[in-house]
Design a protein around this ligand. Sequence first.
Ligand code: ATP
Ligand code: MG
Length: 341
Amino acid sequence: MSKKILLTGDRPTGKLHIGHYIGSLKTRVKLQNTGDYEPFIMVADTQALTDNARDPEKIRRSLVQVALDYLAVGLDPSKSTIFVQSQVPALFELTSYYMDLVTVARLERNPTVKSEIAQKHFDQSIPAGFLAYPVSQAADITAFKATVVPVGDDQEPMLEQTREIVRTFNRVYHTDILKEPEGYFPQKGQGRLPGLDGNAKMSKSLGNAIYLSDDAKTVQKKVMSMYTDPDHVHVEDPGKIEGNTVFTYLDVFCQDKDKVQALKDQYQKGGLGDVKIKRFLNQVLEEELAPIRERREKFAQDTDAVYDMLLAGSKRANEVANQTLAEVRHAIGVDYFAGRK
Ligand code: ATP
Ligand code: MG
C-alpha cells in the first residue's frame, strides 16, 4: 500500500506551546510513527513574514526554536521531512499561479483571516501577502500532493480554500494532477485550546501561553495565575465549570476522567479551592511536559545539527515540489523550453 502524504507546519513567530501540542504536534507524531504516512513538516517562515515583514529578526530567531520543539515532541527527521518554507522556491511560483484563480472578495470572506485582521488591528492597512496567505497554504499542500493535513480548528477555512483552488485548477487546465486535501482535526474540544487568560485561543502572539520550553517553575507560576471563575471568591462558594480554563485544560490533558468529574462535582457544590485544582493541573501538565523539556534541552546543545537537519529536509522538499511545479507548468502550458538544452 502506498503511503498517504501528510503536510502541516507552524509559523516561526515564537516558541511552540501546549495549544500547538494538543492541536497538531501530538497527532503528527502519532501518525508519523504508524509508518502509514509520508510526513512533510514545514516551518512556515514565509507565511510568518506576511504579518511580520518589519521584524524579520523575530522569524530568524524563532526558526531554530520551532525546530527544537519539533524534535522535543518526537518528530523524527528519519521518518519526516522537516523543511523551511522560504527555501523551496517552487512554493512561491505555485502561489503566483493560484492567485490568478482566486478573487479578492473570496479572500476577504475567510473567517479565520477576518478574525486575525481584527486581532492584529490592521484596519485599512492589511498587507496584501497576509490577505493571500491561504493561497500560499494551498501551494504548500499541493506541492507535496498531501491529502492529510493535521491542524487545529482554525485551519478549516484554509483547507476549504485549498480544495477550491485544486478543483478550479484541475478544471481550468484540464488535468487531475492536484489532489484535494482533508483536515485531520483533534478530538472535539481540543482543536482550539484557550489561553491562560481565558481568551478563546492560546496563541504565541497573545502572550497567554504555556510553552513546551518553559521550565517547571514557570509552568507552575503560569498555572497559578490562570483564569478560573471570577465569582468563586471563597473556598466554600459554589464555582462554575463552564469557561473555567483550569477545567478545560484538565479535560484535555488528564487521562483520569473519573477524577476530573469528581473534582468538577465538588467544585460546583462548593468546598474546593482554586489553588487545589491548579496544583493538580500543574502535576498533570508536568507529567506530559517533563520528558519533552528534557529532550529539548538535549537537542538545544547542538543547534548546528538542527540547521543541518533543516537543510537536508529542505533539499528533499525541493525535489518533490519541483516535480509538481514541472507538472503545473506543463498543465498551464508555460513549459516553453521543456526538453531544450
Ligand atoms: P500566530 O499567532 O503567529 O498565528 P499560532 O499560535 O496561531 O501563532 P500557528 O503557527 O499559526 O500558531 O499554528 C500552528 C498550528 O497549531 C495550526 O495547526 C493551528 O491550528 C494549531 N494551533 C494554534 N493555536 C492553537 C490552539 N490554541 N489550540 C489548538 N491548536 C492550535
Ligand atoms: Mg496562527
